[in-house]
Write a protein that binds this ligand. Structure first.
Ligand SMILES: [Zn+2]
Length: 465
């Protein structure tokens, strides 16, 4: 054997995901860009998912009485997470093929008493959500998304600032000319949370006696346009997010810069692959969950029982007597992809990564055996048997993939929803698109990796045993 033949036979190298059909990669990215630009909160993603699913023949599980193989069902929870099923031919106790991703992203939430006046401006206090570098979120045009209930209980949904003729909002930052002291501080203290205050008004009421007349004028406008008062902010859920729509990056348009890739860049392929499933052998499931960025907590995070309840609902429709037992067996015997982003090796910061094990943009979807911190704390360390099954499946179906680890072992870390699904005893591994500048207001991904993740999800849903 020649050295070259030996090398080909015995060594492992990542493969380029750009070997796939270029037109298909580029076309698929267009659908994703539209989805991402129009859905910037978990509520908006759930609304979009339900509308799209209904157009594809899915029905609300609460409105059906019986199920048969091939049926398409969904169950949403508190408007912030949704589970979608395509019922398989096999007995559900043999397990499901499940892709779970999250649709919440880092952002700035409003505090409950947010509005005040300062230096001739009406300003809103925020509380950041998820892990962010605070200094990255200043001096950007921001849009306001979310819901406010008025006194009559009417829900007002906002997506203000997304159209060019709508106002945007802004957090000021100290001018460089006066930043000597600020620039000498560690980056964690350069901008602190209580400085993430958003300017939302500037014109005073035409009344010299009025106190805080810019704040009052802002409230007057809100009241005239939406019928809300300051007290209505107590129960509101408002998120401020970057304004810019997803854009192609590079002369070749091979990458996409956008707000909220993490984790909609996995939710979209998992969801769109499910929409194409017809009469699968095993029941296929897609979960779009909330609250991953703050630990999968709360009633809409994957640490809640909403997923289990949805499976129970399905198994009780299949068999009233055995429903709970079937649900337990179904979850334990499932194959799960915890679909979340991983970090890509960043050429500007190579020292943060261990380059042999880091994911690299353009080499396909990233299979991640374990996440967590330090000695794998807080991770789901996937079984060799399961990873081997997926590696074989992907190789046999021409799916370009790579493995990844978030960075150097003792430098930091991250978690996903994997451990919550593993708690049912299922086989779980992390897979998803590699991201550059994760959790920055704008993140970067490769279109080839997005497409590879979509193809991998499709092949995964079709696993037969
Ligand atoms: Zn994240």
């Amino acid at each position: 054997m020649t050295t070259k033949e030996l090398e080909e036979k015995l060594t492992y190298k990542k493969k380029s995901a750009w070997k796939d059909d270029l037109k298909e990669i580029m076309d698929y990215a267009e659908g994703y860009k539209t989805f991402l630009g129009e859905n910037k909160t978990e509520r908006e993603c759930v609304d979009w998912a339900i509308k799209t699913a209904e157009l594809n023949g899915f029905k609300n599980i609460e409105q059906v009485k019986t199920v048969k193989p091939g049926d398409k069902l969904y169950r949403q929870h508190h408007n912030k997470c949704v589970v979608l099923f395509v019922v398989g031919k096999d007995d559900i106790s043999e397990g499901m093929n499940l892709c779970a991703s999250h649709i919440d992203s880092p952002r700035l939430d409003l505090k409950q008493v947010p509005l005040y006046e300062d230096t001739n401006q009406a300003v809103l206090k925020t509380h950041y959500y998820g892990g962010i570098k605070k200094y990255q979120w200043t001096t950007l045009p921001l849009a306001m998304h979310g819901v406010i209930f008025d006194k009559e209980g009417k829900k007002h949904s906002f997506a203000l600032g997304e159209n060019p003729d709508e106002p945007v909002f802004f957090i000021s930052e100290l001018l460089i000319h006066l930043s000597g002291e600020q620039m000498a501080r560690p980056a964690t203290k350069a901008v602190v949370a209580e400085q993430l205050n958003i300017i939302v008004g500037h014109i005073p009421l035409d009344d010299e006696d009025a106190k805080e007349s810019v704040k009052l004028n802002t409230l007057r406008i809100l009241n005239e346009q939406y019928g809300i008062t300051e007290e209505d902010f107590l129960s509101a859920e408002i998120e401020f997010v970057p304004v810019e729509k997803p854009r192609d990056v590079g002369f070749d348009k091979g990458m996409i810069v956008a707000y909220g890739h993490d984790d909609r860049v996995c939710a979209y392929p998992a969801f769109s692959a499910l929409m194409e499933m017809k009469d699968p052998k095993r029941t296929t499931v897609c979960v779009l969950a909330d609250k991953e960025e703050i630990g999968s907590v709360g009633s809409t995070g994957l640490n809640s029982r909403f997923f289990e309840n949805a499976v129970n609902e399905l198994t009780h429709l299949i068999d009233k007597q055995e429903g709970t037992y079937l649900a337990r067996k179904a979850m334990e015997n499932s194959y799960v992809l915890s679909m979340d982003v991983n970090a890509c090796l960043d050429g500007n910061y190579p020292d943060a990564f261990e380059k042999r094990n880091a994911a690299i943009a353009g080499y396909g979807t990233v299979l991640t055996k374990y996440t967590g911190h330090g000695g794998k704390s807080g991770s789901n360390d996937a079984n060799s048997e399961y990873i081997h099954k997926l590696v074989k499946l992907f190789n046999e179906n021409g799916i370009v993939f790579q493995t990844g680890e978030i960075g150097k072992v003792d430098l930091g870390g991250g978690g996903t929803v994997a451990l919550y699904l593993a708690s049912y005893g299922a086989n779980v591994v992390d897979m998803g698109v590699g991201v550059l500048s994760m959790h920055a207001p704008y993140e970067l991904i490769s279109k080839a990796d997005l497409y590879s993740t979509y193809k991998a999800s499709k092949v995964f849903y079709s696993i037969e045993d």
